[in-house]
Design a protein around this ligand. Structure first.
Ligand code: ATP
Ligand code: MG
Ligand code: FE
Length: 332
């Protein structure tokens, strides 16, 4: 079977072709227009999706060396995400399915981040735990089957990606800040400054207290030394990153003990973070875990994860009708 996957939930327009469960193309058009605003501007995002979607699909089909007529189904992100952005991918997919008389498959973007682990070997075995950390979500998910997932912990306020991006803003780093904090952290001392670990019961997270602590920390130090940030940026980045990573992995450890599961995965944009990846890899030895870390290109938003999710739904003939509409919030 050949499935076309479409992703347009935020600011990446992406199209991918999956042939018999193998990803053969994955085209991602990033939107740079948002950099000057320090964050994604929804109205601009949907306009750029509109310009990019047809070329992205053309490129995905060409790179896959297939003919449009061979596509058996089109899978698209129904939600969660920005409504105007989701509408572009949804409307395109509905039109494509109608024009080619093929079925339409809806995909939950957060489930797709997790299902990115089924693109390449080694694939995790069910049940496993996945820490999904992205720009809008921070969840610990008990994955019982491809589409049988239970959120056992989540953030009560900011997402981990937001914590990175908001910290970057406080540190005067350009948007999107997550990758830049990662880059600076590699050159810094993670033990130089101690940021607080929130005391939240159970498996939930909170990042808003950390954000406030960083804000006051920077304000106080800059008052003493106006060049504080320039002189210490690497150590500050390393210390903040190390705290975010420890908050995430302490809860993941707790979940692994509680559910007696040793197959542990991470997913979403923040799973590209080298501090998180390295610390998790070290836990493979110390905790006897089987650890699953996505390839970099499948961490942040991409259509390959939508196409692979679509492939598993295609096998079950789990299709939707032309009356489907996108959902800004979409539970599992
Ligand atoms: P969601 O999936 O919750 O709808 P999203 O799709 O916008 O949100 P992703 O594309 O999955 O999010 O991830 C983007 C986030 O990942 C941003 O917050 C970005 O800063 C963060 N990120 C990307 N690379 C890194 C990195 N190396 N270190 C830390 N954060 C990173
Ligand atoms: Mg993005
Ligand atoms: Fe995402």
């Amino acid at each position: 079977s050949i499935v076309l996957g479409i992703e347009s939930s935020c600011d990446e327009t992406s199209a991918s072709i999956c042939v018999d469960g193998k990803i053969v193309s994955n085209i991602i058009a990033n939107q740079t227009i948002h950099e000057q605003y320090g964050g994604v501007v929804p109205e601009l995002a949907s306009r750029v999706h509109q310009q990019n979607i047809v070329p992205a699909v053309h490129q995905a089909i060409t790179a896959a060396k297939i003919n449009k007529k061979q596509i058996d189904a089109v899978a698209f992100t129904r939600g969660p995400g920005l409504l105007g952005s989701l509408l572009v991918g949804t409307c395109f997919s509905k039109a494509f399915a109608l024009a080619n008389s093929i079925p339409l498959i809806e995909v939950n973007h957060m489930q797709a981040h997790i299902l990115a682990h089924f693109i390449d070997e080694p694939k995790p075995t069910f049940p496993f735990l996945c820490l999904t950390v992205s720009g809008g979500h921070t969840q610990i998910v008990l994955v019982k089957n491809y589409f049988d997932m239970e959120i056992v912990g989540e953030t009560l306020d900011d997402a981990a990606g937001e914590a990175f991006d908001k910290t970057a803003k406080i540190l005067d780093l350009p948007y999107p800040g997550g990758p830049l904090i990662d880059k600076n952290a590699k050159l810094g001392n993670p033990d130089k400054y101690k940021f607080p670990e929130p005391q939240i019961q159970g498996l939930n997270f909170s990042f808003s207290g950390l954000k406030t602590a960083i804000l006051y920390f920077v304000r106080d130090h800059v008052k003493e030394n106006p060049n504080f940030l320039q002189e210490n940026i690497n150590d500050v980045c390393a210390s903040v990153q190390s705290r975010i990573v420890s908050i995430l992995l302490n809860k993941l450890k707790k979940a692994a003990t509680q559910y007696q599961i040793k197959d542990i995965a991470i997913a979403g944009g923040v799973s590209a973070n080298s501090g998180l990846r390295e610390t998790l890899l070290a836990m493979r030895e110390s905790h006897g875990w089987n650890v699953f870390i996505p390839k970099f290109e499948y961490c942040t938003d991409n259509a390959a994860m939508i196409a692979i999710a679509g492939y598993y739904k295609f096998l079950e003939k789990d299709f939707v009708g032309q009356d489907v509409s996108p959902l800004a919030r979409m539970p599992f």
